[in-house]
Every structure is written in structure tokens, then in C-alpha cells.
Design a protein around this ligand. Structure first.
Ligand SMILES: Cc1ncc(COP(=O)(O)O)c(C=O)c1O
Length: 381
């Protein structure tokens, strides 16, 4: 019997990995399950991205190891994207590091900055990976609660009451998943000041800025943010490229060079063709975003109808690729989604997988066709 490492006892198999096995078994046994759970974009990337990737295969460099830092043209495209959409100026040589998705960035940043016993502020509700990666590197999660009453923004006064002496890093994620809450300039300013006061690295994970959101914002836009902040971004949702794995981490050159030290020891550069495709994606005109969002808007209108049919309430000002809905007060999230899965063959994510503050909520994904969502409404009615 070969013993696993102790760190493996700190995490469980990812919820979706487990639950989708159950859903797939139902499908295999003939049940017509519609998946409104997972946020995997189902639409095509921009056509010129697909052409750039497929056209790259005959290039002499296509199959070689690639630079750990990505092609200079890719970093330049990322810098232009940040200048154009967030009014943030970054040095493409030293302040941007392309990643194979932003999820790997969570591990790289944690490996670069956390020691065993360090504490990490993690949003509740929030993306489960912040917690599991924190545990995998031997650090301690300290959850900070977000709630609807405060528009799911961190309460800095409450944070100040904590013993922060061991806190090294804080994860924030705006626009927020799963709730779709928007950041405000004041909230970002407050976070930067908080990071400076306590010497805490603030990392904003920002993959949802371009989905049903008229006002993309970066924490790096706050004056002085470069001293204590990093930002992660991703092409997964913005350009329907989740499977291609393209993300980036942005911040001051010292912070970035430490992450490169980890990354260059773990992988050998992103596939050439994907970098070519990513460059094209980042250059997309406004039309791309308008078209993408017109589809999501139609789907969201239907999801709202579905939520109404289930007697749920939601914030129609929320942004992003999900609808976060509150159940009637006596209902529990996991029992509710299991009942809907069993009775209606619809899979919805229970809010509790994002933390205890998700109890009483469910999350609908907009990554399903309008026809499928209409079918869900019919089944529920
Ligand atoms: C909040 C959040 N951060 C990061 C990610 C990971 O995205 P990527 O595909 O860039 O790794 C996700 C994906 O679901 C997410 O919801």
C-alpha cells in the first residue's frame, strides 16, 4: 500500500468531478438531464482565433518548446487589452505573465508567496479552488463572509477586527462568482489600503469582466495598487476558450518574477498555436462582446423565468455568466437541487459548494442553449 502525501488529506475530489459522474450515469441510463450547473462556455471562439490556431500547425516553430514567459507578441496583446478595456498600463516584458488558464495561477501564486502556517483570507461564498490550493500548500484559510446586504463586498471594518498577524494573502474576485456582484471603485480602494496597512498581498481574480457587464474594472486601476496587488485574468469566458487554457497574471515586476520562478519549474510554455489564437482573440473589436452578450442576455431572461417558476428571487443588476438565486426561506440548497435533478432531470449547482454563506442559494449557469432552458421551464411548470 503506497501512502499518499499528507497534503492530500486536506482536500476532497472537486464537487463537479463527483457530481458530474452521477449526472453522466443518469444520462447513460437514458435520463434526459439538462446541465445548468457548470460554467463551461458552449459557444465557439471568434472564427479568426480558430483560423490562427489551425493555420499555425505548419509553422516551423509550432512544435517546439515555447518561452516560459510566452511570446512577446502575446504579452503585448495582453498589455493592449488591459490598456483598452481597463485603462491600466503594464510593461509587457516584466509586468505580465501568460498562464495556462487562471486556475493554475492560483496554485503558482500560492506556491510563490505562502509558507506553511501562513493565513489566507478567502471569500465565503467563493470559488472553491482558493481554499483547496491554500490547504495543499500547507497554509490556513480564514474565511471572510460576504452577504447580499453588503452587495457581496468585503466589510473592511470587520476584517480589521481579526488578528491579521499571520495573514499573508487575500483572494478577492470581482465581478464575483457565484453571485455576479460588481466591485465599486470605493471597494477596490478600500482593499488596496487594507493590503498596504497590513502588508497583505491582495489578488483579484477577474475572469468574468466581459460577460453581461457594461463596466469592466481592474483593481490595478487604483492608484498605488501595484505595491500590493496582483490580478488574474482569463480568455476562458471572454472568448469561449476554456479548453484552450489561456490566462494571465498581472502586477509589478518583482511580484511577477517570483511567480515565474515557480511556473518555469513546473511547465514548459504554452503551445505555440494557442498563443497565436490568443493574440487574435485579444484584438477582437467591440462587435465580439456585443454579439456574445446578446446571446447571454437572452439566456439570462429565460433563466430568470425558470427561477420565477421555482419561486426563487435574484438580483437583476448582477453581472456574469451565472444567475445566483435565493430559495424560499425554508429550503436547503443541496436537498433542493437533488430533488430537481431527480424529479425534473435538471442539474443546478447548490450554493453551499461555494461556502456556508451559499446555504439557501442555487447557481444557474448561462452555458446552456435557449431551447434547453425553455425545456427546463416547461418541465418545472
Ligand atoms: C472565479 C473563478 N476563477 C478562476 C476560474 C478558472 O478559470 P480558467 O479557465 O481561466 O482557469 C474560474 C472558472 O470557473 C472561476 O469561476
Amino acid at each position: 500500500m503506497i501512502e499518499v502525501a499528507n497534503r492530500l488529506h486536506t482536500v476532497e475530489e472537486y464537487y463537479f468531478s463527483r457530481k458530474l459522474r452521477e449526472v453522466n450515469q443518469m444520462i447513460a441510463s437514458g435520463k434526459p438531464v439538462i446541465n445548468l450547473g457548470i460554467g463551461s462556455p458552449d459557444m465557439q471562439p471568434p472564427q479568426k482565433v480558430v483560423e490562427a490556431i489551425s493555420g499555425s500547425l505548419q509553422d516551423a516553430n509550432a512544435h517546439k518548446y515555447q518561452s516560459y514567459q510566452g511570446m512577446p507578441e502575446l504579452r503585448e496583446a495582453m498589455a493592449s487589452f488591459y490598456r483598452e478595456h481597463f485603462s491600466v498600463s503594464l510593461n509587457p516584458t516584466s509586468e505580465i505573465l501568460p498562464l495556462m488558464g487562471s486556475k493554475e495561477g492560483i496554485m503558482h501564486i500560492s506556491m510563490a508567496y505562502l509558507n506553511e502556517g501562513d493565513e489566507v483570507l478567502i471569500p465565503n461564498p467563493g470559488y472553491p479552488t482558493y481554499q483547496s490550493v491554500t490547504r495543499l500548500v500547507g497554509a490556513e484559510p480564514v474565511f471572510y463572509e460576504l452577504d447580499a446586504a453588503n452587495n457581496w463586498l468585503p466589510n473592511i471594518d470587520e476584517l480589521e477586527k481579526l488578528d491579521l498577524s499571520k495573514v499573508k494573502l487575500m483572494w478577492v474576485n470581482y465581478p464575483h462568482m457565484p453571485t455576479g456582484a460588481q466591485p465599486s471603485e470605493i471597494a477596490f480602494r478600500g482593499l488596496v489600503d487594507f493590503g498596504k496597512r497590513h502588508n497583505i498581498l491582495i489578488v483579484n481574480d477577474n475572469p468574468y469582466s466581459f460577460v453581461l457587464n457594461d463596466n469592466p474594472m481592474s483593481i490595478l486601476n487604483v492608484e498605488g495598487a501595484e505595491d500590493v496587488c496582483l490580478e488574474l485574468n482569463s480568455l476562458s469566458k471572454t472568448f469561449n476558450m476554456a479548453g484552450w487554457r489561456v490566462g494571465m497574471v498581472l502586477g509589478n515586476s518583482t511580484l511577477i518574477s517570483n511567480i515565474l520562478k515557480v511556473k518555469s519549474n513546473m511547465d514548459s510554455g504554452m503551445f505555440y498555436g494557442i498563443q497565436k489564437g490568443a493574440i487574435e482573440a485579444l484584438k477582437c473589436s467591440k462587435m465580439w462582446y456585443v454579439t456574445l452578450n446578446s446571446v447571454y442576455k437572452r439566456r439570462r431572461d429565460l433563466i430568470w423565468k425558470l427561477a420565477d417558476a421555482l419561486n426563487c428571487t435574484y438580483d437583476s443588476e448582477a453581472t456574469g455568466m451565472f444567475v445566483w438565486a435565493k430559495l424560499p426561506s425554508h429550503l436547503k440548497s443541496e436537498e433542493f437541487i437533488d430533488t430537481i435533478l431527480k424529479n425534473n432531470n435538471i442539474f443546478i449547482t447548490p450554493g453551499t459548494i461555494f461556502g456556508s454563506q451559499g446555504e439557501g442559494y442555487i447557481r444557474f449557469s448561462l452555458c446552456a442553449t435557449a431551447e434547453d432552458i425553455e425545456e427546463c421551464i416547461a418541465r418545472v411548470k
